[in-house]
Design a protein around this ligand. Structure first.
Ligand code: SAM
Length: 304
């Protein structure tokens, strides 16, 4: 039987930089229609719980946030004139019935929004699960920008946002995590779920997240990590290198190797402490992480 290291080496290599970006995007385009179904099947529904737990960290009070995110900070009756997409309809409305390109200015919160609305960016939003949870959890004054490079994934997200009638609070934008067009210090918080493993240049993406966060703003990163106990680790290795690719590939009819790439990408991504170190190197303070499901996933919380 092959070892995890050998299995990792034989998985489709995504490379680095733009080569990785193209390979990964091809994979997500191939499975977009089956992404939600496979997520639920392959995680036995746990991804809903992981995402809910991550979103809770938007609400936890911390010294840099005198009020928990989501509480209105402006006097009652103040309109939010957020034009996150440069498509303001006046009073906090956002046009999201289609995918908006992440052009310069399109990820901008208008000056009027400052102090009157909580603005959250979800990086690698995919089919918009985290954005939907954030919008519901933070309440109607919050605005969420769901950004992803992949149109087919975002198209599913747009449809889910429309069905939830949250178009006025969530804008879906096609944007690259490594080159966000938002001005510096735009967002109160950035969330990201299972995306950072997939970017071509992790440091570049994290520098961008740091740049677009307001001082005191927080990054909440939900990502696969390393099980803490050896028996869980062995079980998880067996599952993710054998059963997971088998089920995932059959359900989606994928031919790009995405479900072989998935476990390999997890093993080559920094573990809990490694990612915390990278975040500190980027300049984040108060970096902390919380293991879920025995460390299969971890939520890193970091403050700018
Ligand atoms: C595993 S999916 C996660 C989707 C969603 N956040 C979730 O939790 O279900 C990873 C997403 O990251 C996106 N992604 C990968 N590289 C990206 C980049 N450089 N910029 C923006 N999105 C990226 C992919 O297109 C894909 O939709």
């Amino acid at each position: 039987m092959l070892t995890v290291e050998e299995l990792t080496k034989t998985a489709p290599a995504a490379g680095t930089g733009s080569e990785k970006e193209q390979t990964v995007q091809r994979m997500f385009s191939s499975i977009a229609r089956y992404y939600d179904l496979n997520n639920s099947l392959l995680s036995l529904g746990l991804h809903h719980y992981w995402k809910r737990r991550a979103i809770e960290y938007l609400l936890v009070g911390d010294p840099p946030h005198p009020r928990p995110l989501g509480e209105p900070v402006a006097p009652r009756g103040t309109h939010c004139s957020l034009d996150a997409m440069g498509h303001s309809t006046g009073h906090g409305e956002m046009e999201t019935s289609r995918i908006l390109p992440g052009e310069r200015g399109s990820l901008r919160g208008s000056p009027g929004a400052r102090g009157s609305v909580k603005l959250v960016l979800d990086v690698g939003a995919g089919t918009a699960d985290l954005a939907l949870l954030a919008a519901r959890r933070l309440g109607e004054k919050a605005r969420i920008v769901a950004a992803d490079l992949n149109r087919p994934m975002l198209a599913i997200g747009v449809e889910k946002v429309r069905k939830a009638t949250l178009q006025n609070r969530i804008a879906c934008v096609q944007a690259n995590a490594e080159h966000l067009s938002a001005p510096d210090a735009t967002f109160d918080a950035v969330t990201t779920g299972f995306c950072l493993r997939n970017v071509g240049n992790l440091a570049q993406a994290l520098h961008e997240v740091w740049r677009v966060l307001k001082p005191g703003g927080r990054l909440i990163c939900l990502e696969f990590s390393r099980p803490v106990s050896s028996w869980l680790s062995r079980l998880y290795d067996w599952y993710s290198f054998t059963l997971l690719p088998w089920i995932g590939t059959r359900v989606s009819g994928d031919t790009t190797g995405v479900y072989q790439y998935l476990p390999a990408s997890i093993r080559s991504f920094p573990d809990q402490d490694g990612l915390a170190r990278v975040l500190r190197e980027i300049g984040f303070k108060k970096v902390d992480y919380h293991n879920l499901s025995g460390g299969i996933v971890a939520i890193h919380v970091a403050v700018k």
